[in-house]
Design a protein around this ligand. Structure first.
Ligand code: GRF
Length: 219
């Protein structure tokens, strides 16, 4: 079983989906510690309700990013974490953390990267007027929302949608693909080849048939 450490900043609904999947045996791993940079993050309550150890490391108490990251690394290592999951963690991580966990840090971003990196990817996509939005799970490197992509899922943007409608459609999608990507990692099925991540033992025949994902009105 892979020992998973999850970093959060807020509501923790992705954390919940990961804890639920691990609890249900859909991930061959266990969440052993949840760390938040915000003391008030609701995700801390979710973790405590699942009897998972929590810690708060306030970024405001560190003037240097690397010292903040070094504290995170210390807690993760004390808990013998093997995979670090950024689930709505609103801080950019530095080489201090990445060097301690090479190719073992993954993140979810609420947009189809490389479009709309950074904060509020859903609103960026909505304001741009895209017809397909979505989310991306990727390995983390030193650039923001940039590392090799593990999985993406697309959702349509409907004409009646508000920004919040789109946000919640994307979030439901996040709750499906994030635990799935973590399950693939824990099963040892991911191979990083440069920028590409190959998933071993996956049947792509259906995907190959669906060459057109969304085009309303086209017969
Ligand atoms: C998610 O949309 C995630 O993609 C983004 O921040 C949000 C966190 O939501 N990075 P939650 O805390 O998991 O509910």
């Amino acid at each position: 079983m892979t020992r998973i450490g999850v970093l959060i900043s807020g509501s923790g609904s992705n954390l919940q989906s990961i804890m639920d999947a691990a609890q249900a045996g859909r991930i061959d791993g266990e969440v052993v510690v949840v760390i938040s940079n915000e003391a008030e993050a609701y995700g801390l309550i979710r973790a405590a309700e699942c009897n998972i150890k929590t810690a708060v490391v306030k970024h405001t108490e560190y003037s240097e990013r690397r010292d903040f990251d070094a504290k995170l690394v210390r807690i993760l290592q004390e808990n013998r974490v093997e995979l670090v999951v950024l689930a709505g963690f609103m801080r950019v991580v530095s080489s201090t953390l990445l060097d301690a966990f090479p190719e073992r840090v993954i993140n979810i971003h609420p947009a189809l990267l490389p479009s709309f990196p950074g904060t509020d990817g859903q609103a960026q996509a909505f304001n741009y007027g895209v017809k397909l939005a979505g989310c991306t799970v990727h390995f983390v490197d030193e650039k923001v929302d940039h590392g090799p992509i593990i999985i993406q899922a697309a959702v349509p943007v409907l004409s009646k949608d508000s920004k919040d409608d789109l946000k919640s459609r994307i979030l439901s999608c996040e709750h499906k693909i994030f635990p799935h990507a973590i399950a693939l990692y824990c099963a040892g099925r991911l191979r990083i080849k440069g920028r590409r991540v190959l998933i071993e033992g996956v049947d792509e025949s259906l995907l190959a048939e669906q060459s057109l994902i969304s085009c309303p009105g086209l017969d």
